[in-house]
Design a protein around this ligand. Structure first.
Ligand code: SAH
Length: 501
């Protein structure tokens, strides 16, 4: 049985611009053959077990020649594999998608094409330039600025100028002087507005405005590099009014989001939508202790306790892993009152149909301890990390509340991205780092090492987290409340007062 090849357009860079159908194809792929311009967040969607082949095309350099790519697709499909060929933008627009299908068709291999959002339209759009506008143009022309090796540009400039339409040039950074000269010689008004947009739709997007007469010089002086798109036409004059993407509050800010390995990137996504260049940094791994006889025994004697307190979602998960192994369900907790350190931990309980009876106003160990000390008449069971914060037990001891403190999971600090992050921090290219617990601070510092952190700002969820960050010489700001919303608010505030690296 032959497999199938699906050509998928990955869009221009912003991972949110992958189509729903493209995402579905990617999730079901057994082999993914991809290009240089596909964003890492989209590559991260590939199933871990899928074979990943990078045929990364650089401008003017093709690490894997086109006919070899065609043969890889054929070969994998003949092995019966479900192959996704992931290409930047739309596969058929200057993407050689057609050539890749020819060989498959000759061999009777089934294929499909999932169109993508093309950079030719999306990059101008993110630059505030609508490619057509009734007041200015009635046509759009998408032109390649790439000349075949050793040949001159094959562009009919007179015809283009006559259309009075919007002109969009792809792959044209190095031939920009020839393109502009060609247009001027063909009679285009030298004052015609023009723009070049580099790395469009990504947090690093940069737009330079010019006229057709000054565009080549502007791009050279601005050291514009590929990938970039040039737009020539009256619509470019709208950019200053429609510049929505550059106006996002966190546009271009590099923000490191530290987090436990298994948590999904909710914060990261919110920051990306605000224009931030997010570096997701999972640096804490939590592992339930299995077997955990101390926890089993305590739960079997739950009637001895009045309260059961959790200080993190990881504690709830460790408890649940054990309960599941024992064949228990939520009723095992029927008689005990539940305390959670904060909303996140309460949410982890809610997943299992439970709700915390008590959550402190301020989400930290000291406040949880103080609150329990006020409420508890009987014994308290703490199911938490191996080295939990002493603030909690000190508060209970201070009020003579009996308790058992049982470690049910271990925490280790590590990250495969440590070297890359160390380079960024050392080069002063990090604006903000978010810390949502003292352990994220520990994870960050133990993995990147003790560096000079004075050039960045640690945005902390609460006072304890900030105290831990301060210990390592990280300048801090603290969210008004220990919630994600408050954290995002203070990030926006900080982002606007700081420069961009
Ligand atoms: N099939 C792709 C185009 C491939 S040609 C599409 O539909 O978008 C590659 C050229 O596309 C680059 O040289 C550049 O001109 C343009 N391009 C692709 N992504 C870009 C981006 N994020 N920003 C600016 N230009 C981009």
């Amino acid at each position: 049985m032959y497999g199938k090849v699906t050509l998928v357009g990955a869009g221009p860079g912003d991972p949110g611009l992958l189509t729903v159908k493209g995402r579905e194809a990617l999730l079901a792929a057994q082999v993914v053959v991809y290009d240089r311009l596909v964003s890492p967040a989209i590559l991260a969607l590939m199933p871990e077990e899928a074979e990943q082949i990078n045929v990364g095309k650089e401008a003017s350099r093709h690490p894997v020649p086109q006919d070899q790519i065609n043969h890889i697709l054929l070969e994998k499909a003949l092995e019966g594999k479900n192959v996704v060929r992931l290409k930047g933008g739309d596969p058929f627009l200057f993407g050689r998608g057609g050539e890749e299908l020819e060989l498959l068709r000759e061999h009777g291999v089934p294929f499909e094409e999932v169109p993508g959002i093309t950079s030719a339209i999306a990059v101008p759009a993110y630059g505030g330039i609508p490619v057509t506008h009734r007041d200015f143009t009635s046509s759009l022309h998408i032109v390649t600025g790439h000349a075949r090796a050793g040949k001159a540009l094959d562009i009919d400039f007179e015809a283009l100028v006559r259309t009075k339409g919007t002109l969009v040039f792809l792959m044209g950074v190095s031939s920009l002087p020839d393109i502009c000269e060609g247009l001027l010689k063909a009679g285009m008004d030298p004052d015609t507005p023009a723009a070049i947009v580099e790395r469009g739709t990504t947090p690093a997007q940069r737009r330079l405005d010019a006229t057709v007469a000054t565009l080549a010089r502007t791009a050279a002086e601005g050291k514009v590099e590929s990938p970039a798109i040039s737009i020539v036409g009256q619509v470019c004059s709208l950019a200053k009014d429609f510049d929505w993407f550059d106006a996002l509050p966190l546009k271009g800010k590099r923000i490191v989001v530290t987090r436990p390995k298994e948590r999904v990137g909710t914060l990261a996504n919110r920051l990306r939508k605000l224009g931030a260049d997010v570096f997701e940094y999972p640096c804490i791994r939590t592992e339930p202790i299995t077997p955990c006889p101390a926890m089993e025994q305590a739960v079997e004697h739950l009637a001895d306790y009045e309260w059961l307190a959790f200080t993190s979602p990881a504690g709830v998960e460790a408890f649940w892993a054990m309960a599941q192994a024992k064949g228990w369900d939520a009723r095992v907790l029927a008689g005990v009152k539940l305390a959670a350190i904060g909303a996140g931990t309460d949410k982890a309980l809610q997943v299992h149909g439970l709700r915390a009876d008590y959550i402190p106003e301020v989400y930290d160990a000291a406040h949880l301890g103080a609150g329990l000390a006020q409420r508890a008449k009987g014994k308290v069971l703490l199911l938490r990390a191996e080295w939990g914060s002493p603030a909690l037990t000190e508060a209970l001891e201070g009020s003579n509340i009996p308790y058992d403190d049982i470690p049910c999971y271990t925490t280790s600090y590590e990250s495969e991205h440590a070297a890359a992050l160390r380079d960024l921090v050392t080069a002063g290219r990090v604006d903000l780092v978010t810390f949502t617990s003292a352990s994220t601070v520990k994870g960050f510092v133990s993995s990147v090492g003790e560096l000079d952190f004075s050039g960045l700002t640690g945005v902390c969820i609460g006072a304890q987290t900030a105290a831990e960050a301060a210990k390592h010489g990280i300048p801090t700001v603290v969210a008004e409340r220990a919630t994600l919303d408050a954290l995002v608010n203070i990030i926006i505030k900080e982002g606007q007062t700081n420069g961009t690296h």
